[in-house]
Design a protein around this ligand. Sequence first.
Ligand code: MRU
Length: 345
Amino acid sequence: MKSINPKIVPIKMKRDKLLLLNQILLPMKTEWIECTDEVQTAHSIKVMHVRGAPAIGVAAAYGFYLGARKLVNSGKKPTVAAMQKIKERLDQSRPTAVNLFWATGVMLEKATKLIESGIEPAQFIIKLYNDAVAIHEDDAKRCMDMSVIGADFIEKLIKNKKYRIMTHCNAGALATGGIGTAVGLIRVLHDRGKVEMVYSNETRPYLQGARLTSYELEKENIPGTLVVDSMAAVLMKKKMIDFIIVGADRISKNGDVANKIGTYGLSVLAKEHKIPFFVIAPESTFDANIKSGDDIPIEERSEKEVFECQGIRHAAKVKALNYSFDVTPNTNITAIFFEGRVMKK
Ligand code: MRU
């Protein structure tokens, strides 16, 4: 199949500055955040200027390069210990998406080998830049490959119709280095004339569905309908959904999936209504070191995100609990699409 290009590219390098499309402000405002070292990059990941598991990994790879570059430019010799510190700084930004640790791990391994080879600092920096670009480009290719694998699988499973699809959070171009995972698959199906409607859940509290997925659907001219999270059940009951597709932040060895809060609930509803429930993610999201979803660290974010919307408080003075992710057990998942395989129970 011909390759599809992303219209939105949220991560760019320009004259040794990392430019991140500020996803806090989209779709109302287009603003680019500049990062020149690993500290600024880690901050941008933490506050979610850049978000989505694969995109976090790509940004972290560039952040690692920028940290190493700053060190060399200050006249210091790059050492393995200094590279480890850069990795640690980036790794502290968000705990759940394993792509972050995967990308900084790859960069540290490359940097270590280069340092041990006795390379000149100037050459070291050039090579690390190329390694970060390779992670970015590789993610774009993975997005395309897994989207085709998933679309082919779905067309074989659910025949002779245009699909009414539900998705949650944002797993599109904004969340990856390419066309996206869940939205990537939707784009492939749309390209084949197979999409009737995409229902995106608004995804409280950060509103990735309302602000980001809807924005991507609009840009790609894909029919989209925005619904509040609590409407998912009734849409399934009314037989308005043919399948659900979501991305992932970490997949354990047994196929349990950590993804945006609300995903687990959707999977339970899908099971009850006998609706196929699919997950799509690159292998960099697969964590073979973790046996089951019970061991996946779940990020807890600020109460403020629950109390407020766009900086305006709407809640009374109580406590708030803000788990950013939940875990869907493999028994609720029809299939997981990776770039080179399909994982089924
Ligand atoms: O908190 P976020 O916006 O980083 O959470 C993102 C998600 O949960 C996505 O669904 C997941 O990372 C997959 S992105 C291709």
